[in-house]
Design a protein. Structure first.
Ligand code: ADP
Ligand code: GLC
Length: 463
């Protein structure tokens, strides 16, 4: 079985969110199962900074580095498109040439497979940035014998990001205008790249069973629920795994004191360290609540903002790490100004601090309005940090009353009363250690998820 994974971000080379974690960990898990896998991604400016990576030129515009035992990652170079500091956006919004950039990447990813002679059984594409690949396979590549038996799996990590562009930009895809139709890539007179991936891929999947059902509804489908319903027989939901080599408190190089499930009490050294470095009073008896998140509408900052006064009246501390929308940065800055002794706000993308927050916090706050899978809660489990979430998507599939706190109504009131409940339980010397133990004993390893992906590739291959 030969699989080519094409993605716009891959750990350890480039990351803005969970997509990178998945695109970096899935190939490693597949390799362990005997699948022959290659990865293709753009050569952004940050790629060169990856620790321990050795790059080798393989084509005039393609270099390669290895992950796992012998998985080649191919980096497509094009200076004017990819040699930039950010992946998709600047402070003022999305790069205006994103359609040029990712049409180019998608086309070149396929031609690179041909030039290196990797005739994949299946190309596994992720999110809108690579959604044109299934379209190209069924259109401009259709006459080429090299691609004749190549199937596609398209994973939707977040249907809130569809790659929407003005109609005038359609020619940048290189596709015939007859594909700008209601059945294919047209969406309310705009170009919708994600829709192309849904329509043209052989199999679609998303990153949790609950989310695969939710996106077929008006509430969560972002306008594509009808298109997904039409393809429901080819739509699956596979819960992501977590890379337990990267996210492991017993070996984590970024944390003050390493610990494991049988010595969870040693976690408190990380708490004291986090409080100190974040300028908060060092108090073991006060529950420390952590947030590590993209600053986006999806992530629940609206109800956090409404709840903040009530929250700060309780005996808690809050450490926030976030990067993203300026709007939510301002909301958080205002909170921090109002409660400087309770809230530590850290803006930006900061991997070492993220590890320190997972290790040092008691609770992990993730009240996302929708969440396709969510890795934050799984990482928290691993670090004995108890997630507090809204019941949606992958959060509903992973968080229970035994390993966390989960509320059913998306409202400030429900959030506040659940935090109150958590604060009371935190003081319970018998029940709290039990819930920490349950969390740390959860198993969301990639081994299970990779098995399901292998079954899916087999299914698509036999179509
Ligand atoms: P999403 O992909 O929607 O952002 P996930 O929970 O699936 O949400 O994954 C988020 C990943 O990105 C996690 O690995 C999390 O630790 C990381 N992350 C999010 N924001 C930051 C940040 N500001 N700095 C460092 N890591 C972050
Ligand atoms: C997306 C989703 C998140 C998911 C991640 C990896 O960014 O928002 O829920 O965990 O992709 O699949």
């Amino acid at each position: 079985m030969k699989i080519a994974i094409c993605a716009s971000e891959v750990v350890p080379f480039a990351k803005t969110g969970g997509l990178a974690d998945v695109a970096g960990a899935l190939p490693l898990a597949l390799e362990k199962k005997g699948v022959e896998v290659v990865v293709v991604m753009p050569a952004y400016a940050c790629v060169k900074k990856a620790k321990k990576a050795k790059f080798k030129k393989v084509l005039a515009d393609v270099s390669c580095a290895f992950i796992g035992k012998k998985i080649p990652v191919y980096f497509i170079e094009k200076e004017e498109y990819f040699d930039r500091d950010n992946l998709y956006t600047t402070k003022t919004g999305d790069y205006p040439d994103n359609l040029d950039r990712f049409s180019y990447f998608s086309k070149r990813a396929l031609s690179v497979l041909k030039e290196i002679g990797f005739q994949a059984d299946c190309v596994h594409c992720h999110d809108w940035q690579t959604a044109l690949i299934p379209v190209y396979l069924k259109t401009i590549c259709a006459g080429d014998p090299f691609f004749q038996h190549m199937k596609s799996v398209f994973t939707i990590h977040n249907i809130g990001y569809q790659g929407l562009f003005l109609k005038e930009e359609f020619p940048k895809t290189g596709l015939d205008w007859n594909l700008f139709s209601m059945e294919t890539l047209e969406f309310f007179n705009k170009v919708n790249i994600l829709k192309g991936g849904i329509v043209f891929s052989d199999v679609i999947n998303t990153v949790s069973p609950t989310y695969s059902r939710e996106i077929q509804t008006k509430e969560f489908g972002f306008g594509l629920e009808g298109v997904l319903q039409k393809r429901r027989d080819s739509l699956f939901g596979i819960l992501n795994g977590l890379d337990y080599d990267i996210w492991n408190p017993a070996t984590d190089e970024y944390i003050a004191k390493r610990y494991s499930a049988d010595k969870a009490e040693e976690k408190s050294r990380n708490k004291a360290y986090l409080q100190k470095t974040c300028g908060l009073p060092v108090k073991d008896t006060t529950p420390l609540v952590g947030i590590v998140s993209r600053l986006a509408q999806q992530k629940g900052f609206d109800i956090i903002a409404e709840a903040i006064d009530d929250m700060c009246r309780m005996d808690i501390q809050l450490v926030i790490l976030g990067a993203g929308d300026a709007k939510y940065q301002q909301v958080l800055e205002q909170m921090m100004k109002k409660y400087p002794k309770i809230i530590s706000l850290n803006l930006g993308f900061n991997d070492p601090l993220a590890h320190a927050i997972y290790a040092g916090s008691d609770l992990f706050l993730m009240p996302s309005h929708y969440e396709p899978c969510g890795l934050g809660q799984m990482i928290s489990f691993r670090y004995g940090t108890i997630p507090l979430v809204f019941r949606t998507g992958g959060l509903a599939d992973t968080v229970t009353e035994d390993n966390g706190f989960i509320f059913d109504e998306y409202s400030k009131e429900a959030l506040v009363s659940t935090i109150k409940k958590a604060v009371v339980l935190f003081k319970d010397k018998k029940k709290w250690p039990r819930i920490v133990r349950n969390a740390m004993n959860e198993n969301f390893s990639w081994d299970i998820a990779a098995e399901k992906y292998r079954d899916l590739y087999n299914k698509v291959h036999s179509l």
